[in-house]
Every structure is written in structure tokens, then in C-alpha cells.
Design a protein around this ligand. Structure first.
Ligand code: SF4
Length: 412
């Protein structure tokens, strides 16, 4: 039975694994979970909450999605345009690098135009941190141990306090301190955690507590082990990332395995997917990850089949088109698109709107799980888009609720 139970459960945190051992049968397990669908429960790690601008991070705040601009920061117009595109797809917090004085000179223009809080990414020069804090940064990504003298750390902390800036400590396996590399021989979880604790101590010594921490590595095993260790050690919010994860497909898979396993174990308060792809893509992947785990909802959750020779319409092209045309929908709801009756009606029963391929170019449409009417090939796309838009408008107006149990549970 323990094997069966282990298969049912997420990567176990301590409390949950005690439950696995204590439960002597599946019935016992079900009985001691209060949720209607206990196999979907994620018990989030308890931690302090900090504010990044007007966005809470940690505690019981929703897990936020971040990305980073890749335009030259000195080009304020291009950077603002990119931030807008990221806002459109649901970005909660965005990071902008400040490598030069010219970059921090443009920073106030960018922070004033942005609708979401901006994290200033600082490496090497503490003066850029002072300028960014004065220029409207909601958070400084800076490692206090790399700034230099204690006097400089004190100056950065003073600027952060004066401007209500949070600080994000960002430990990275690729740039671990020399002494830790010598001590441990190579980047390992203990080294990443020790580095994080060293930086944390510097901030605490200056009576600064509005910080969150990341211990990133491009190696999934290393990053996950480091985050697990850190989660047990500190009570601040954690920023998750698998750094330099790769291109859109490879990096998405890697990030989903690493960050997905951490999120499933209840670890992580804000996430950034690092891809060699446009920042908007990172945001979309981050959101899909949270949606898949029922941790956030946003827009249309699409359930669709891979298609086969039974398909009544071209499923792949239909889903591609629908995803594009429904990108503007922010209301959480669901749409199933299946090529035939093998799985179509079953999936449609669980979604707000369902489309199932039928014979002779005539397809079934389901509303809130019930078969409603048929639609012909040529009208199908416009019809489904309109149904989704109408349903979203009704949900937004409070006239209807999302039928999708995933959306309802995540919103609760
Ligand atoms: S739902 Fe039908 S068309 Fe789609 S993969 Fe399954 S059998 Fe094939």
C-alpha cells in the first residue's frame, strides 16, 4: 500500500510523508484529508511576506510570475514596450538590468511607465543600486556579499529602506564565491545554501528583513536540493528558478521538472522561468506551470487531444488558432477541443466549453458539460471564440461562474 500511496502523492514534504506512513489504507488517507480532491492538495511552506512594490510575495499571497527584459535599458521606449507585452500576458513583477550609469539614468522613465513593480538587477557596482533605488525600483537584485565594504552595504540598505525597496538575494551556482568553491570543491547544495545564509546575515546585521532569496543552478538536481535545504532553514520568501535552462522547448521541460517538483512540494513564492526565448514566452510558461498545479488561474485552460486518424477536424491547427485568438481572455475558464467522440464527451463534461469532432463536418458543442448543439466546419472557429468571449464576459459580470473545477478550486 505504501507504494500505491507514494504514487498518489506529490514529492513529499516532511508532514506529508508522516501521513503516508501513518495511513494504513487508501481509505484512511482519504479520510484524513479535508479537501474534496485530496490528490490535488498542495501544502505551501509557511514563510514571511514581503512587498515588492504593491505586490505581496510570500505568506498566503498568490505565487507571482516574473521575467526580465532583454532590451538595452538605456532605450527606455523599447524597454517600456517590452514590459507592456509582458504585462499583457500576465507578468506580475519584471526585472530590468542596470549595468551602467546610462541605464540607471533611464530607469525612472521606465519605472514611472510600468504598471507592475520593477526589480533592478545589479551586479558589481553598488552605486547602480543606489541610483536604481532612488529611480523607483521596487526591489534590488543584489548580493550584499559582493558589494564590498560594510559601509557600502550600509549605503545600499539605507537607500532600500528610504525608498521602500525589497532586496532579492540571488545565489547562482555559476558565480559562487571563491572560498565556498574551495571549501566544497564544486557547486553543491550546501555551498549554495551557505552562500545564501552569508548574504542574508549581512542584511540582517544591518537590520534589513524585506528580502527574498534564490539559489539557482542550471542543474535541476542541484537547484532542487538547494531549494529544499534552504526552505527548511529560512523563513523568508523564496524566488524559484532553474537558471540558464535552455531554449523554449528544452528549457520549459527542465524548468517544469525542477520548479514543478518544488512548487508541488509547496516550495516557492515567486518564479522566473529562464529561457533563451522572448520574456513574454517565459511568462506564459510560468503561468502554465502554476495553472497545471492549480496554484494560479488565468485565461483559458485548453484541454486538447494530440489527434489521430479519427479526428473530425484538424485538431492541431484548430488549437493553434484558438490559443492565439483567445490570448486576450484573462478570465479563468476552460475549453476542451477533441477530435472525436472517443474522449470528447468525457473531457467536455469537465470544461466550460467543449468541442468534439463529429462526422460529415458537423461537430458537437458542449456548454458547462452538457451537449448543447452542433456546428459546421466553416463556422467552428468564430463560433467557439464567441462562446468563450461571451462566457468570460458573463463570469466577469458575476452573472455566471466558471464551470471548470480546476479554475474554481484554484480561485478558492
Ligand atoms: S480524441 Fe479522438 S481524434 Fe483525438 S486522439 Fe483521441 S481518438 Fe484520436
Amino acid at each position: 500500500m505504501r507504494q500505491v500511496m507514494a504514487g498518489l502523492l506529490p514529492p513529499a514534504r516532511k508532514r506529508r510523508s508522516t501521513l503516508v506512513i501513518a495511513a494504513s489504507s487508501l481509505g484512511d488517507y482519504m479520510a484524513c484529508m479535508s479537501s474534496v480532491r485530496p490528490w490535488r492538495d498542495i501544502e505551501r511552506r509557511q514563510c514571511r511576506q514581503i512587498m515588492v512594490g504593491n505586490v505581496p510575495v510570500g505568506g498566503d499571497a498568490p505565487i507571482t510570475v516574473q521575467t526580465m527584459t532583454n532590451t538595452p535599458t538605456e532605450d527606455a521606449a523599447a524597454t517600456i514596450d517590452q514590459i507592456r507585452r509582458c504585462e499583457e500576458v500576465g507578468c506580475d513583477i519584471i526585472r530590468v538590468s542596470c549595468p551602467t550609469e546610462e541605464a540607471t539614468a533611464a530607469f525612472p522613465l521606465i519605472t514611472r511607465a510600468s504598471n507592475i513593480p520593477i526589480v533592478a538587477d545589479i551586479h558589481f557596482h553598488y552605486k547602480r543600486a543606489l541610483e536604481a533605488a532612488d529611480g523607483g525600483a521596487a526591489c534590488l537584485r543584489i548580493n550584499p556579499g559582493n558589494i564590498g565594504s560594510s559601509k557600502k552595504v550600509a549605503e545600499v540598505v539605507r537607500a532600500a529602506k528610504a525608498n521602500s525597496c525589497a532586496i532579492r538575494i540571488g545565489v547562482n551556482a555559476g558565480s559562487l564565491e571563491k572560498d565556498l568553491l574551495e571549501k566544497y570543491g564544486e557547486p553543491c547544495p550546501e555551498a549554495l545554501i551557505e552562500s545564501a545564509l552569508d548574504h542574508i546575515k549581512l542584511l540582517q546585521d544591518h537590520d534589513f528583513h524585506e528580502f527574498k532569496v534564490a539559489v539557482k543552478a542550471s542543474d535541476v538536481f542541484l537547484a532542487v536540493a538547494a531549494y529544499h535545504g534552504l526552505a527548511e532553514t529560512v523563513d523568508c520568501p523564496l524566488h524559484l528558478g532553474i537558471t540558464e535552462a535552455g531554449g523554449l522547448i528544452g528549457g520549459t521541460v527542465k524548468s517544469s521538472i525542477g520548479m514543478g517538483s518544488l512548487l508541488w512540494a509547496g516550495i516557492g513564492d515567486t518564479i522566473r522561468v529562464s529561457l533563451s526565448a522572448e520574456p513574454e514566452e517565459e511568462v506564459k510558461v510560468g503561468y502554465e506551470m502554476l495553472k497545471a498545479l492549480g496554484l494560479r488561474t488565468r485565461g483559458v485552460r485548453v484541454v486538447s487531444c494530440p489527434s489521430c486518424s479519427r479526428q473530425g477536424f484538424d485538431v492541431i491547427r484548430t488549437v493553434e488558432t484558438l490559443e492565439k485568438r483567445l490570448e486576450h481572455i484573462k478570465t479563468p475558464m476552460s475549453l476542451s477541443v477533441l477530435g472525436c467522440v472517443v474522449n470528447g464527451p468525457g473531457e467536455a463534461r469537465e470544461t466550460d466549453i467543449g468541442l468534439t469532432g463529429g462526422g460529415s463536418g458537423k461537430h458537437m458543442v458542449y456548454l458547462s458539460g452538457m451537449k448543447a448543439h452542433t456546428i459546421e466546419d466553416e463556422d467552428m472557429l468564430d463560433h467557439i471564440v464567441k462562446l468563450v468571449e461571451d462566457k468570460a464576459a458573463k463570469i466577469d459580470a458575476g452573472e455566471e461562474t466558471a464551470f471548470d473545477p480546476h479554475a474554481v478550486e484554484a480561485a478558492e
